[in-house]
Design a protein around this ligand. Structure first.
Ligand code: NAD
Ligand code: DAU
Length: 358
């Protein structure tokens, strides 16, 4: 076990080996050398320690492989590391998987969140000063918008449609219930679609970049008319930093970049960018677009109003979409080994060997 002398803060980040979590862990480990960052991750198919190679030996970083649903283990971590802050990202995150296997989503997203809340309540024992439980959620809890220019606000009524968003909505309610019932200092944020390096290639942007590169079909659901609101993942991590330190207890903040795109238009941008960077003639990969059966219950449009976060806490996205997409496509093209290790399943074998005897 790594020894860490008592630091200013001891923060448990869950799901830190995933896409967004790895960016949050990296930001906190590098920006706050006097914080001890404990990354708790089960390493499901979506967790990948290669996402954190650059900081894995940092003196203020500890990785723990565990399941958030394992209450006894979570409780013992609170005691062992004197945790005073939680940033909770661990979740089953893919809508298509939730349609096939809703139980796993209820278990991890609802019961796992409850397990963490109970462990924090038990360990903090009513001494709330200096404590913080920050739950990372999604704009999908608000349901679907029409093409009418409306936006999701922090006060928008919850109306989840997929098993994924229903499980996230339930976990949000549990977090608020712990604030209202026990006085736990909590924060909830609801963010729009993230894109950027280290995203698991089941999600639209990395999947399509990889398929274009390999000349494989691009399965566009329905007519490709659905709209998502895209934010560069590093900007989400920056927002989490700002809110963790300056947000008001019990509050909700929406996070988004006022950046709506129809899926089909994103696909065309990806084709254009990948073809250009690979030196292909413009339009080379257009024929890969393949319209397929729509996702059941596919929400038409998401769009976040993040004015509260800007006016109250001063956060704004740092990257324009064009710049973010260029960086993202370049990153995936430059990290083909990272992608190949995932698509071949090699990365999971590595963990199985590494943890077999623990
Ligand atoms: P991800 O699927 O890339 O990563 C999830 C991580 O959680 C993985 O490392 C996985 O191993 C871990 N995990 C899963 N089940 C676990 C369990 N039972 N115990 C411990 N660890 C477990 O997800 P992501 O896209 O990085 O999303 C992170 C969080 O942000 C989620 O809560 C998600 O709902 C939320 N969110 C995501 C987006 C997005 O666009 N990706 C947008 C808004 C909110
Ligand atoms: O809005 C925030 C949410 O964004 C997060 O809470 C989720 O964790 C995250 O996965 C993401 O959900 P989406 O369902 O919007 O992301 P996904 O990348 O799966 O799909 C984006 C859009 O592209 C959606 O309208 C479905 C469509 N799509 C997706 C895939 C994977 C396709 O048309 N074809 C595909 O193959």
């Amino acid at each position: 076990m790594q020894r860490v002398t008592r630091m200013k803060r001891s923060i448990l980040i869950t799901g830190g080996a995933g896409f967004i979590g790895s960016h949050v862990v990296r930001l906190f480990v590098t920006k706050y050398p006097d914080y001890h960052i404990i990354n708790l991750d089960k390493l499901t198919y979506a967790g990948n320690l290669a996402n954190l190679k650059d900081i894995e030996n940092a003196p203020n970083y500890t990785f723990v492989r565990a399941d958030i649903c394992d209450f006894d283990t979570v409780c013992s971590l609170f005691g062992q590391y004197s945790i005073d802050g939680v940033i909770h990202l661990a979740a089953e995150s893919h809508v298509d998987r939730s349609i096939k296997d809703p139980f796993t989503f209820a278990r991890t997203n609802v019961l796992g969140t409850l397990s963490l809340l109970q462990a924090a309540k038990h360990h903090w024992n009513g001494e709330w000063a200096g404590k913080r439980f920050y739950h990372i959620s999604t704009d999908e809890v608000y349901g679907a918008l029409q093409f009418d220019g409306s936006l999701f606000h922090e006060t928008t009524k919850y109306d989840p449609h997929s098993p994924y968003s229903a499980s996230k909505a339930s976990s949000d309610h549990f977090v608020r219930a712990f604030h209202d019932t026990y006085g736990m200092p909590t924060l909830v944020t609801n963010c729009s679609n993230n894109y950027g390096p280290y995203q698991f290639p089941e999600k639209l942007i990395p999947l399509f970049i990889n398929n274009i590169r390999h000349g494989k079909p691009l399965p566009v659901y329905g007519k490709g008319e659905n709209v998502r609101d895209w934010l560069y993942v590093v900007d989400h991590a920056r927002a989490i930093d700002t809110i963790f330190h300056n947000g008001k207890d019990g509050e909700t903040y929406n996070i988004g970049g006022f950046n709506e795109w129809k899926n089909i238009d994103i696909v065309k941008v990806l084709i254009k960018t990948v073809d250009r960077l690979l030196g292909n003639a413009p339009g080379t990969s257009e024929h890969l677009i393949t319209y397929v059966t729509d996702r059941p219950g596919h929400d038409l449009r998401y769009a976040i109003d993040s004015t509260k976060l800007k006016t109250e806490l001063g956060w704004e996205p740092s990257l324009q979409f064009e710049e973010g997409i260029e960086k993202t496509v370049r990153w995936y093209l430059d990290h083909q080994e990272w992608m190949d290790n995932i698509t071949s399943g090699e990365y999971e074998k590595y963990y199985d060997d590494m943890y077999k005897n623990r």
